[in-house]
Design a protein around this ligand. Structure first.
Ligand code: HEC
Ligand code: HEC
Length: 250
């Protein structure tokens, strides 16, 4: 990552008070394997980052070539990108029925929404099927479990939060969003969203693809020290998204 000004590294763990998490994790039960209650949120967040770009944070084999199933779609992406879950199933988890319904990301593949609330063991099995072909060299058992936790317990109902027609946020509080953004994001991204120079301006990113922006706010940026806000009230992330869309676009 390239920044205009140096920033302290390793800040995120101090951003989220550990005690505040207990309330959220207590309500979650995992059916198939034992996951310590206080680790659920962080494992779902890691699963969210794996969904985004798994090979940034796994230590096994990298994808080689374009995914054979992707080759049969109308999508125009190539190589490693075509092995990202989000490339086939969408940044909004809606696949062919969402943001990736048309354009260079079009695959015609359904989303993963139907798997919210399902048994995570089913997702683990799916990862090895002919549609997927992820090998044990690519994913450890933990990687698969984290992905499955995200798919079954970590999705956001994007349609309830983002109006896909005009790409606006439903029910975001800009005033609160500014306070959250300035304190949680501004240190790295700058109050204007332009401090990290190897990504487009925050205002541009958030308006171009609010779904990805919300996913990253909730789960973090693969391979970077950016915090995941998943353990906090979801409305906080929505308010931040709404405010981010008001920032300068270049
Ligand atoms: C190259 C494209 C591609 C990639 C990459 C991909 N999938 Fe899939 N996925 C598919 C196809 C095709 C299906 C079958 C869809 C159908 O039944 O119509 C599917 C189905 C699924 C389903 C079942 C959906 C349902 O409702 O039946 C889940 C869950 C799923 N994938 C999870 C994942 C996860 C997690 C990843 C990343 C680790 C991933 N997929 C990556 C192509 C892909
Ligand atoms: C510890 C530093 C840090 C904090 C805090 C942080 N981020 Fe990030 N963020 C990064 C880095 C580094 C990247 C990767 C930039 C790149 O693509 O090179 C990134 C990437 C992103 C991206 C993806 C941009 C793209 O196009 O790839 C979004 C969106 C984002 N951050 C939003 C936020 C928001 C909103 C907050 C506050 C909730 C936040 N970040 C907090 C460091 C941080």
């Amino acid at each position: 990552m390239v920044m205009n000004k140096p920033i302290a590294r390793g800040v995120p763990s101090r951003l989220i008070p550990a005690g505040a998490l207990a309330v959220f994790v207590a309500a979650l039960v995992v059916a198939s394997w034992p996951v310590a209650a206080e680790e659920i949120e962080s494992r779902i967040a890691r699963g969210g980052m794996l969904y985004d770009r798994w090979y940034k944070i796994t230590s096994g084999d990298m994808p080689r070539g374009t995914h054979p199933v992707y080759k049969d779609t109308k999508g125009r992406m190539k190589r490693a990108n075509t092995w990202r879950c989000r490339e086939c199933h969408g940044p909004d988890y809606l696949g062919k029925d969402g943001f990736y319904a048309k354009g260079k990301h079009k695959t015609g593949i359904k989303g993963i929404r139907d798997f919210e609330g399902q048994d995570p063991a089913k997702v683990v099995a799916i990862l090895a099927d002919d549609n997927h072909r992820y090998t044990d060299g690519m994913f450890t058992a933990t990687d698969k479990e984290d992905l499955a936790l995200f798919v079954t317990k970590g999705q956001v109902d994007m349609a309830a939060v983002i109006d896909a027609g005009n790409k606006t946020v439903k029910g975001g509080d800009l005033g609160k969003g500014k306070g959250y953004y300035n304190t949680l994001c501004g240190g790295c991204h700058g109050l204007d969203g332009q401090k990290i120079t190897d990504m487009p301006a925050m205002g541009k990113v958030a308006n171009r693809d609010p779904w990805t922006t919300l996913h990253k706010i909730r789960n973090g940026q693969p391979g970077e020290a950016m915090p995941a806000l998943r353990a906090l009230d979801p409305q906080i992330s929505v308010d931040i998204l709404a405010y981010s869309m008001t920032l300068p676009k270049e």
